[in-house]
Design a protein around this ligand. Structure first.
Ligand code: NG1
Ligand code: MG
Length: 466
């Protein structure tokens, strides 16, 4: 992750940018600012192949970038009183203008918040305040769908901000900034989405967060296989549901670490650290077995704040203070055993999946298909039953997919709605797509099917072009 974000001449990236999209941006730019943009930058959404809700516990994940992205056209100039003028090609999102000394008010959350988060992250890291920018945004990642439209936006904004201030962070540095930036949006997210959006290069990547951020190419034999994304069209807006879904899970993870530390009389930084300290094997798959047994031995079902206070022998207010605040959550019970079992088995499944991809013999494809079937479906079952981040529609789509020949189906991203991912044999693709129409006709969807059911190949990551 040491290298820099590539800056291209536009002609070199034409293959990624249908002329009509550039035209749309230029027209909007002309209309909003009575001039033409000088630069463009983009950062993609992502599909998480496997490894759900484990990035914020420090475990490695296996995502790939998709070709849907956040694309920005911009121009900039030095200024004593710098301002941001921002517009969107989608008329739903109103134009706005503000100084670069803005504050982020989450109670007044609107689409520009994501831009502000990326901007603020760079400004704070480098302490620069000297450039005005005019920008038009065009996003093609469906929002609230688990394909990380928010990270594509925040990463793109952080990239733009570092570019206009003539900073050139490495990909690793920009990723760290984007991870921090996205938390200004009020979600205690992990780092998967920003990492893949910035560093992707046409392959799935195994992303490690511990002991440091790292990306490894996974030699995925995709030749005869393709990933299909099916959007359930159940919108899961984290900005609204974080206190009962995403952020609650982050708090549950902290409580698991605290209780395990208490029972085993050790300090653990996170669950990754717990596994590293308690494992009795160096094999990436086997090393989870002993920690998993410890979890089952020490944790039980549901805990209230009072239960936790009693175990740790501290006041309830201290539990609140130490492990919950400043994250906003709404919950009376914490299902720590189930959550911990999901996280450790899911982290283990990532390595099982990588191994299945890498079996170096002539039956590699056969192995991958057979193994991925179990691994991906196990992942879905664990998300549904242990992490409780699936929903009725996701389960339904995955069942329908299995009937239509999917080799493995699961939710992708945070869940509670949004998209599902299916591994499909290319020679079965068209009949699979046909079979999946049943879901969309059942829910009465009359829009363009290509927007909700589509195959995707791994895309490139963030770039600037001019
Ligand atoms: P989505 O589905 O894009 O909201 C979220 C987190 C990830 C990861 C996944 C679950 C953000 C920006 N991203 O993704 O870090 O935890 O859920 O695996 O919140
Ligand atoms: Mg998101």
């Amino acid at each position: 992750m040491e290298n820099k974000i590539p800056v291209f001449e536009k002609s070199a990236v034409d293959e990624f940018y249908p002329v009509d999209r550039i035209k749309r941006l230029n027209n909007q730019f002309e209309q909003s600012f009575k001039s033409s943009p000088t630069h463009y930058c983009r950062s993609p959404g992502r599909l998480n192949i496997i490894g759900e809700h484990i990035d914020y516990s420090g475990f490695s994940v296996l995502p790939m970038a998709i070709d849907r992205d956040c694309l920005m056209a911009f121009s900039f100039q030095k200024s004593d009183k710098p301002t941001i003028k921002i517009a969107n090609t989608n008329p739903k999102y109103k134009s706005s203008e503000f100084g670069t000394d803005f504050t982020i008010d989450l109670k007044a959350h609107d689409w520009t918040t994501y831009f502000k988060c990326g901007f603020k992250g760079v400004l704070e890291t480098y302490n620069v305040h000297s450039v005005s920018v005019q920008v038009v945004v065009d996003g093609t990642v469906p929002t609230g769908s688990g394909l990380s439209s928010s990270s594509a936006f925040v990463c793109c904004s952080a990239l733009l901000t570092s570019y206009i201030h003539n900073l050139s962070p490495t990909k690793g540095e920009l990723t760290q900034i984007a991870i921090k930036s996205e938390r200004y949006c009020g979600v205690e997210s992990g780092g998967m989405d920003q990492s893949i959006s910035i560093v992707a290069n046409k392959t799935p990547l195994l992303i490690d967060f511990e002991p440091k951020l790292n990306a490894t190419l996974v030699d995925f034999k995709l030749n005869d296989l393709v990933f299909v994304i099916a959007n359930t069209l159940v919108v899961s807006d984290k900005a609204v549901t974080a206190p009962i879904h995403y952020n609650l899970r982050v708090v549950e993870c902290r409580l698991i670490v605290a209780l395990l530390g208490f029972y085993l009389k050790k300090e653990y930084k996170n669950l990754w650290d717990f596994v590293e300290k308690e494992k009795d094997s160096s094999d990436n798959v086997d090393k989870f077995e002993k920690p998993l047994a410890l979890v089952k031995q020490h944790l039980s079902g549901d805990y209230t704040r009072q239960d936790i206070a009693k175990i740790l022998d501290i006041d309830v207010s201290k539990v609140e203070e130490e492990y919950i605040k400043p994250i906003q959550i709404r919950a009376t019970e914490f299902k720590l055993l189930k959550r911990a079992v999901h996280i450790l088995t899911e982290a283990q499944r990532v390595y099982k999946f990588v191994k299945a991809c890498q079996v170096g013999d002539p039956v590699v494809l056969g192995n991958l298909m057979v193994n991925s079937f179990f691994i991906q479906n196990e992942s879905q079952a664990s998300c549904r039953d242990y992490f409780e981040c699936s929903c009725y529609e996701i389960d339904k789509v995955c069942e329908l997919a299995a009937k239509n020949g999917s080799l493995g189906s699961r939710l992708t991203g945070a869940g509670w709605g949004g998209c599902t991912v299916h591994l499909i044999r290319k020679d079965n693709l068209s009949s699979f797509m046909d079979g999946m129409k049943e879901y969309y006709s059942e829910i009465g969807y009359e829009g363009d099917l290509g927007q909700v059911l589509f195959s995707s190949v791994p895309s490139i990551g963030a770039i600037v072009f001019q």
